[in-house]
Design a protein around this ligand. Structure first.
Ligand code: PRP
Ligand code: URA
Length: 211
């Protein structure tokens, strides 16, 4: 598989927390907290290349030239529902980011995504956008969400997922070669129901306690 635009953010803290996220004995409250924490740690890595500009300041001792973010505008685009679990963690580090929502569910029979909601910041074409979903399985949902925001003007897009299957990565790479993919882990495969193996089960149900 071509890994040239795939970044596996396998920091020890991310790996540690992902292990507990995967564990079926982890309940909803802890699952939610862990997803939030991992999203924050991933935000730290995903923003590594944000441009800086010089700023002259006075320290208590002397004048100095230091650096601040150069004001690049960021947009977070969670895919509903499960992507919502990653928003607060990201906003902890990116408090000025705007948030757009794409509502999609995967039809359990056909595994095809069905879009039911979209609301985006007006100026998305000027923003660095991070599409977020814990799971990249067949890739249908992420692929559709990216097509949908591109149709509405999105230009600079990254995709951020906790866990991915090779099938999902390959679909997004084929349809959106311009989109870099950031993962907590790359798993082995999909099962016959389109679940990621070993994965973490149904992310939306575990986050919101709907099963
Ligand atoms: C899950 C998950 C992704 C999608 C991944 O959502 O959060 O959006 O499946 O699968 P795919 O890569 O094969 O498209 P789901 O459809 O269960 O909706 P939900 O988040 O509302 O529960
Ligand atoms: N959606 C999930 O929530 N989990 C999977 O393993 C695959 C799709």
């Amino acid at each position: 598989m071509d890994m040239s635009n795939v970044h596996v953010l396998d920091h020890p803290l991310i790996q540690h927390k992902l292990t507990y996220i995967r564990d079926k004995h982890t309940g909803t409250k802890e699952f939610r907290e862990l997803v939030d924490e991992v999203a924050m740690l991933m935000a730290f890595e995903i923003t590594r290349n944000l441009p800086l500009q010089e700023k002259t300041i006075e320290t208590p001792v002397t004048e100095a030239t230091a650096h601040v973010l150069s004001g690049k505008k960021i947009g977070l685009i969670p895919i509903l529902r499960a992507g919502l679990g990653m928003v607060d963690g990201m906003l902890n580090l990116l408090p000025a980011a705007r948030v757009g929502h794409v509502g999609l569910y995967r039809d359990p029979e056909t595994l095809q995504p069905v879009e039911y909601y979209i609301k985006l910041p007006k100026d998305i074409s000027e923003r660095e956008l991070i599409v977020m979903d814990p799971m990249l399985a067949t890739g249908g949902s992420a692929n559709d969400a990216i097509h949908s925001i591109k149709k509405r003007g999105a230009k600079h897009i990254k995709l951020m997922c906790l866990v991915a299957a090779p099938e999902g990565i390959e679909l997004v790479q084929k349809e959106h070669p311009d989109v870099d993919i950031y993962l907590g882990a790359l798993d082995e495969r999909l099962d016959e129901h389109g679940y990621i193996i070993p994965g973490l089960g149904d992310a939306g149900d575990r986050l919101f306690g709907t099963k």
